[in-house]
Design a protein around this ligand. Structure first.
Ligand code: SF4
Ligand code: SF4
Length: 384
């Protein structure tokens, strides 16, 4: 047996503790967590080994380990841990640090993980949007031009072209940063597994398709016991995002292909989809909050990083629905303010996606694709 030199990173241990894994040191390696986890495979179980990696500060081993993403934070392990070490919360903290590790520039990753920077993060979209409104002379809300019959028209308050330039720019920025992070994440998992490129190319497309189907059905969430309701709430949020993305594309088609300008009547099918998506988002995020609050004793309440995303998504749903209702009720000043807040929250979600918990969607998908190769002869943790 060869000796192995362990180089612990004590700062990493402190970061895990500060990120919601404060119970980390209680773990005494009994492996109950790996036994009770329904997502953990028998031949390479988690999260016991991740607990010791985290206690020893082995961050490189954790960041290159797909298992931190295969964990779906259902918290069955946390509920049954005899030491109250909350492994689900510890792995959640490790995921947050992995997102920070993969994202550039690093300071944005740190900023999204700390409440000290929250005002600054919101100040950026507020300043950009206020600058646009000021340049248009639209800071005086009582003087915003109205549409036909005196109707409130948001595109007269903030013209579509400005929305498109700003939101396409931040979406491209986020996509590039995420692509860079995915490349590093994938390369790290390959190197840690000693896997060559030619091995990984085997049936990669069919694996990606299988994983997308798996995600669309959320079968793995169905295996959670303590937080069983997460499957429904998570699915509602996922499908609402898909519905709202289709609505946005539909709106672009109306505007640039058919030349139809908003606002569209409530009887328009595009509005049905948009409102159904917003309603699903509101219900999904409400169920998420209820689920977390109900299970806080057994499963842990979650970290600042978790709650920041929940709050921003909830704010998008509330301000989106609120802006529509206030427009229809013709409460002009409040309607414009609500719409402005909606734009700020959407900016926050899109621009900071690579640094916030939103990024888990991408990294978890990548890890699931990676792990799926176990079923095709590549030596990595198999998906259970
Ligand atoms: S986290 Fe808890 S259940 Fe898991 S090995 Fe440590 S003490 Fe045991
Ligand atoms: S949080 Fe859930 S999925 Fe993650 S290790 Fe614990 S039991 Fe398994």
């Amino acid at each position: 047996m060869s000796d192995q030199l362990i180089k612990p990173d004590l700062n990493f241990v402190k970061d895990v503790i500060a990120s919601g894994g404060e119970s980390l040191k209680k773990c005494f390696q009994c492996a109950t967590c790996s036994v009770v986890c329904n997502l953990s495979p028998d031949d390479k179980p988690f999260p016991r080994k991740e607990m010791i990696y985290a206690q020893w500060g082995l961050k490189d081993k954790l960041f290159s380990n797909p298992d931190i993403w295969l964990c779906h934070h259902c918290s069955d392990c946390t509920a049954y841990c005899p030491r109250g070490a909350k492994p689900g919360e510890v792995i959640g903290a490790v995921r947050k640090l992995a997102i920070q590790n993969y994202s550039v520039p690093r300071f944005l990753g740190r900023a999204l993980g700390s409440s000290s920077y929250l005002i600054l993060l919101f100040a950026i979209p507020v300043a950009i949007l206020l600058a646009v409104l000021a340049s248009l002379g639209h800071l005086d809300l009582s003087a915003i031009p109205r549409g036909e019959g005196g109707a409130i028209v948001y595109s007269k308050f903030m013209p579509e072209i400005y929305i498109e330039v700003i939101y396409i720019a931040i979406s491209l920025f986020a996509a590039l940063i995420l692509a860079h992070g995915v490349f590093r994440c994938w390369a790290g998992m390959m190197a840690a597994g000693g896997i060559g490129r030619s091995q990984m190319k085997k049936a990669l497309l069919s694996t990606v398709v299988a994983i997308i189907v798996e995600i669309l059905l959320h079968r793995r969430f169905a295996k959670c016991v303590v937080t069983k309701g997460r499957q429904i709430s998570h699915l509602l949020v996922l499908y609402s995002f898909i519905g709202l993305a289709i609505t946005a594309a539909w709106g672009v088609f109306y505007l640039y292909v058919l030349g139809w300008h908003s606002p569209y009547p409530l009887t328009n099918p595009m509005k049905w989809l948009g409102n159904a998506g917003a309603l699903a988002l509101l219900i999904g995020i409400t169920l998420t909050v209820i689920n977390r609050s109900r299970n806080k004793e057994k499963a842990g309440i979650g970290s600042y990083f978790d709650w920041l995303l929940i709050t921003v998504v909830a704010a998008i749903a509330v301000t989106g629905m609120g802006a529509q209702c206030l427009r229809l009720a013709d409460v002009a000043v409040l309607a414009y303010l609500t719409y402005f807040l909606h734009l700020v929250f959407v900016f926050f979600l899109f621009a900071y996606a690579p640094y916030s918990k939103m990024a888990h969607m991408v990294y978890r998908t990548v890890a699931m694709v990676f792990a799926k190769h176990a079923e095709k002869g590549v030596e990595v943790t198999p998906l259970k």
